[in-house]
Design a protein around this ligand. Sequence first.
Ligand SMILES: Cc1cc2nc3c(=O)[nH]c(=O)nc-3n(C[C@H](O)[C@H](O)[C@H](O)COP(=O)(O)OP(=O)(O)OC[C@H]3O[C@@H](n4cnc5c(N)ncnc54)[C@H](O)[C@@H]3O)c2cc1C
Length: 413
Amino acid sequence: MKAAIVGAGPGGLAAALSLHRLGIDCEVFEATPEIRQLGVGLNLLPHAVRELTILGLAPRLAESGVATAELAYHNKFGVPIWREPRGLAAGYNWPQYSLHRGLFQKLLLDAALERLGPDRIHTGHRLQAFRDDSGSVTAEFTDPVTGAALPPHEADILIAADGIHSVARRVFYPSEVQPVYSGRVLWRGTTEAPPFLTGRSMIMAGYANCKFVAYPIREAAPGGPALINWVADVYVGGDTPMARDWNRRTEKSVVLPHFRDWRFDWLDIPALIEGADAIYEYPLVDRDPVPRWSFGRVTLLGDAAHPMYPVGSNGASQAVLDAAAVAAALAATPDNPVLALQNYERERLGKTVAIVHSNRRQGPEIVMQMVEDRAPNGFARLSDVITNAELEEVAGRYKAVAGFDPKELNARV
Ligand SMILES: Cc1cc2nc3c(=O)[nH]c(=O)nc-3n(C[C@H](O)[C@H](O)[C@H](O)COP(=O)(O)OP(=O)(O)OC[C@H]3O[C@@H](n4cnc5c(N)ncnc54)[C@H](O)[C@@H]3O)c2cc1C
């Protein structure tokens, strides 16, 4: 069997490594002429780290990321609402990692270059169209710089991991136009700053329409600064989002007014915003779930299949789980790739639909909105505002939806 994978983002590269591990021949086609380390931070949950460990990537992850120790929610005054251990500290057999998206993509790319060989990873190949001829699938590419047609590539299956603007998805769902805009914008940056709380804490403060997320993606050397990744998530309204360009910049003066008073005794949010080298602006968008990903010899994976709000640290993690699932399905029925792609879809589609919907309702972060609704001016005692049972119920329910309930995950063989 020969597979063509379109897109060398985290999803496409994880798919290439997963297929290669199970002895399935594959080649990767990426539109950008050169894979540069773009983006800011992301998180990998223990179930995704489990799959990456099976791929032999645990040492590289440990070198590149910070093993997140806890997740903590606060109100807009910086007062704690909920704290829970994460990763190994929570009893998982695998860590949770916070790391730079570019470093994650690079460690996957390096492993793919070593294992598949450089002649199997083709940059400067933008998927333009494909033909499923029953016996095989032929992908057509253009050079993204000149627009010239490149030689077509024939394979047994095509895995489209080409992100939120997937060309393949547009073929299957031509009436689906733009991603769905939430009215909210994400401002993202990294800043060298003193470590806070455990030094490996992921924190959120605020409520649905004005929220600040921060976590280290490089730990502090003794006495030195950590590299803090931060995201400001703010409702700005309007029908039409700004350009959906992951590399679009904005000014500190746009972000600061929303967080001017958010100086907590354990974290100075205005200072984090002031200290960033660059601030990136991206609208909070997702897409309505679709009923099918697999059509004959072609399937969707990662953000092409299920773009979701970056709530609960799921975007990259779910792409890694897709990669493991599609490889396992293909290995299980190597003589029938069409059936394998259907089985992959059956295994993964429903699970990701549940996360897309849960994330639209703020996922586990809903507790911050509950506290804001009940005590907008703050509180003296948290238990007067929200019970521990409510907090535990929300956190536990989301772990089950997103597939990282610790007991269930640790019990997997
Ligand atoms: C430049 C960039 C920066 C990002 N920054 C962040 C961030 O800071 N934090 C965060 O949480 N998430 C970020 N994301 C999104 C995040 O990577 C994904 O949500 C998640 O990791 C799933 O990855 P994916 O591989 O499915 O999709 P993506 O990461 O979007 O990767 C898709 C890949 O397909 C390529 N591609 C697109 N169209 C074509 C085509 N027609 N032919 C061939 N190749 C194509 C793209 O160049 C890209 O390399 C970013 C995505 C991009 C593309």
